[in-house]
Ligand binder design. Structure first.
Ligand SMILES: NC(=O)C1=CN([C@@H]2O[C@H](COP(=O)(O)OP(=O)(O)OC[C@H]3O[C@@H](n4cnc5c(N)ncnc54)[C@H](O)[C@@H]3O)[C@@H](O)[C@H]2O)C=CC1
Ligand SMILES: CC(C)CC(=O)C(=O)O
Ligand SMILES: [Mg+2]
Length: 370
């Protein structure tokens, strides 16, 4: 097949991990005989430096006319001045809104070979296999903001329609998995959460009677994620809660550098990005973990290009590479045994072209279930 992929590396470790994800897609194109074309554009801080706008019009246009968007990360201390008129993060938020990608899918499934190194007890992690569905284009990140003298305001707004569509996606997914949906809110305090809860209740009751819905307050959910993470199947929640809970959930997998994501709209290109940020503390050192970006590329193959076999092959190559110990420093106890970002990318590409088990449809992959 032919596909046009927009590549937005961004800032910090964004370009370092995105180049590895792009190499993996190129390798998939070669091995499976697809014609993928790639076009890069600036977003975030680098775009501010270039033209004063974190999402230049040509970047958004490129994304709109592509089949999918591969995104790195944005932001960093250079653009962190609280009085700055524009910030890199605005570029990402405008991109998500501009593409209408309201459904952010963040799977969390610890790799069996990494469980012993995670900060939580192995017995808590062995059966963890959960997906967070985060509403991505509404809520407090997009509400009206103001600042006057000593007072600042951020507004959180949700409409019934916004809640209905994200709950439908989450409930459909739960139906294909274990049929358990946990809706996370703060309905004891927030009016938006009370609307969220009532809407989720109605949609699931009317349209997904086979799905078991429960409501958990976000503060308790933060605790349960660490105390009994294997309890969860599908979690659906609003934008900011999903942002925070998935950083927490990355601890279950072992590193921020492991969690991928897909952001989808009703139609149009999907946006694929690791859940982590630009990691200024390690940027430029060549040690960032590229697995989250590479796994996001697998999600791109599956969701935007409908290439399941190819997506499975990438996930199997990642699983195999992790099993062999192809790990960056965030995942190894002995630094001398770590690989660089590029070495990990090399190994995944090698496995994709040489490992018959990775390419074989009959062998089992890592198996994100969605
Ligand atoms: N999607 C995006 O582009 C996001 C951008 N940001 C921006 O990124 C900048 C830094 O934010 P932080 O709060 O430090 O969050 P961060 O996610 O960039 O980093 C948090 C911690 O995780 C580590 N980490 C992150 N990705 C890693 C990887 N691939 N391999 C190994 N270690 C990794 C970092 O070294 C750091 O210690 C800020 O400007 C923030 O606004 C933050 C989150 C998401
Ligand atoms: C600009 C931020 C909202 C990005 C972020 O933290 C995320 O999407 O996880
Ligand atoms: Mg985040």
């Amino acid at each position: 097949m032919k596909a046009k992929i927009a590549v937005l590396p961004g800032d910090g470790i964004g370009p370092e991990v995105t180049v590895q994800a792009r190499r993996v897609l190129e390798m998939v194109g070669e091995n499976f005989d697809h014609e993928f074309s790639f076009e890069e554009a600036h977003v975030g801080g680098i775009a501010i430096d270039e033209c004063g706008d974190p999402l230049p019009e040509q970047t958004l246009n490129l994304c709109r006319e592509s089949d999918a968007v591969l995104f790195g990360a944005i932001g960093g201390p250079k653009w962190d001045d609280p009085n700055a008129p524009v910030r890199p993060e605005q570029g990402l938020l405008r991109l998500r809104r501009g593409l209408g990608v309201f459904a952010n899918i963040r799977p969390v499934k610890p790799h069996p070979d990494l469980i012993d190194q995670a900060p939580l007890k192995p017995e808590l992690l062995r059966d963890v296999d959960l997906i967070v569905i985060r509403e991505l284009t509404g809520g407090i990140y997009f509400g009206h903001k103001s600042r006057e003298n000593d007072v600042a305001v951020d507004t959180c707004t949700y409409s019934v329609g916004e809640v209905e569509r994200i709950v439908r996606i989450a409930a459909s997914l739960a139906r294909e998995r274990e049929g358990r949906l946990t809706s996370v809110d703060k309905a004891n305090v927030l009016e938006t959460s009370r609307l969220w809860r009532a809407t989720a209740e109605r949609v699931v009751h009317d349209e997904f009677p086979d799905v078991k819905l429960e409501h958990v307050l976000v503060d308790a959910a933060a605790m349960h994620l660490l105390q009994k993470p294997d309890y969860f199947d599908v979690i659906v929640t609003e934008n900011m809660f999903g942002d925070i809970l998935t950083d927490e959930a990355s601890v279950l997998a072992g590193s921020m550098g492991l969690l991928p994501s897909a952001s989808l709209s009703d139609d149009g290109p999907g946006l694929y990005e690791p859940i982590h940020g630009s990691a200024p503390d390690i940027a430029g050192l060549g040690i960032a973990n590229p697995y989250a970006a590479i796994s996001s590329a697998a999600m791109l193959l599956r969701h935007s290009l409908k290439l399941d076999e190819e997506a499975d092959a990438v996930e199997r190559a990642v699983a195999r590479a992790v099993h062999e110990g192809a790990l960056t420093v965030d995942l190894v106890r002995d630094e001398r045994k770590s690989m660089t970002t590029a070495e990990v990318g090399d190994r995944v590409c090698e496995l994709l072209s040489t490992c018959t088990a990775c390419l074989s449809m009959s062998s089992r992959g890592f198996g994100y279930r969605f």
